[in-house]
Write a protein that binds this ligand. Structure first.
Ligand SMILES: O=C(O)C(=O)Cc1ccccc1
Length: 305
């Protein structure tokens, strides 16, 4: 059984529906969705991780790092388009209280300040949760910023659509499971990990980046997150092109492990855009293999190469 950050009608739900028609259970928060995977209640959960406008979903990254290990087994990228949905009968000009998820708010801020400058905006657990709350006749919130499907599910009126400030925004979601065999290499993969430095000193981040650079591994994302121990203490969440079983990625991880205090492996999985990696000359598996073979010849008698 799979799960997702719900309730029904979230963008996360749509992401899951785009890859699976299996029955799935809605969990009310990212933390609860991931804990349900940890406890074995469900086999996998879809959660949001990154948005092209607002950046990383910190709650997800933090929950993935904390607690019993979890791994990312797949990613889904979907466009996000928002509308404003009211309790039936409420017109746009009557809206006083708007409810939505923080990441949605970040993407419609200009529209809201232009069209509803007086409205009070409150953060909700999710966009669909906001729609569910607005549908309650006793609610003090009269409008939700959410997906069209959520407006429909919870019986709201659509008073505006396509209200995002940056058309073309996409959100990236991940399917998370318990640690086990890594999904097979497709040749178009990504690897996610979190690196903790030994100490705060000049060049420490450069050394982390070097492990990838000198092995021809391109990074698609790097984000610092507080380690939550003391102010100024950070770890680095990194997405790299390639699979754990690509030699250049294996070698980069070994290098990281040698120089870091800790490295959390968060999975290798097929990338959503199916882009092949740009492997520079000298960094393919075949190149590593022939270098290993050459090394083996060095100690043969009579210079037998
Ligand atoms: O609240 C939702 O619908 C979510 O799935 C999280 C989210 C919120 C805003 C943009 C993309 C995902």
């Amino acid at each position: 059984m799979l799960g997702y950050f719900g309730p029904a009608g979230t963008f996360t739900h749509q992401a899951l529906l785009s890859v699976s028609d299996e029955e799935a259970v809605a969990l009310p928060s990212v933390a609860q969705a991931l804990d349900a995977v940890r406890s074995g209640q469900i086999d996998g959960a879809v959660v949001p991780i990154e948005n092209s406008v607002e950046g990383g979903v910190s709650a997800t990254l933090d929950e993935l790092i904390a607690g019993d290990p979890l791994v990312i087994v797949g990613e889904i990228v979907i466009p996000v388009t928002f509308g404003l949905y009211t309790r039936p009968g409420t017109r746009l000009e009557d809206v006083r209280h708007v409810l939505t998820h923080g990441h949605a708010l970040a993407q419609v801020r200009q529209w809201l300040s232009r069209e509803l400058p007086e409205a009070l905006v409150t953060a909700a657990g999710s966009t669909a949760g906001a729609a569910l709350e607005v549908a309650d006749p006793g609610s003090r919130h009269d409008a939700a910023v959410c997906a069209r499907v959520a407006g429909k599910i919870y019986g709201l009126d659509e008073v505006a659509y396509g209200i995002e400030d940056n058309p073309g925004a996409v959100t990236r979601f991940v399917m998370v499971g318990r640690p086990g065999p890594v999904p097979s290499r497709t040749g178009r993969d990504k690897t996610t990990l979190v690196a903790y430095m030994h100490e705060d000193r000049s060049g420490a981040l450069l050394e982390i980046l070097e492990q990838f650079a000198v092995r021809g591994v391109n990074l698609t994302r790097i984000e610092s997150r507080p380690t939550k121990t003391f102010l100024g203490s950070y770890c680095f969440a990194i997405d790299a092109e390639g699979h754990l079983h690509d030699r250049r990625v294996t070698e980069a991880l070994l290098g990281l492990h040698r120089i870091c205090r800790d490295v959390i492996f968060l999975g290798s999985y097929a990338r959503a855009d199916k882009q092949p990696p740009d492997v520079p000359m000298g960094f393919s598996d075949a190149d590593f293999h022939s270098a290993t073979q050459w090394l083996a010849t060095l100690e043969r008698p009579n210079g037998d190469r």
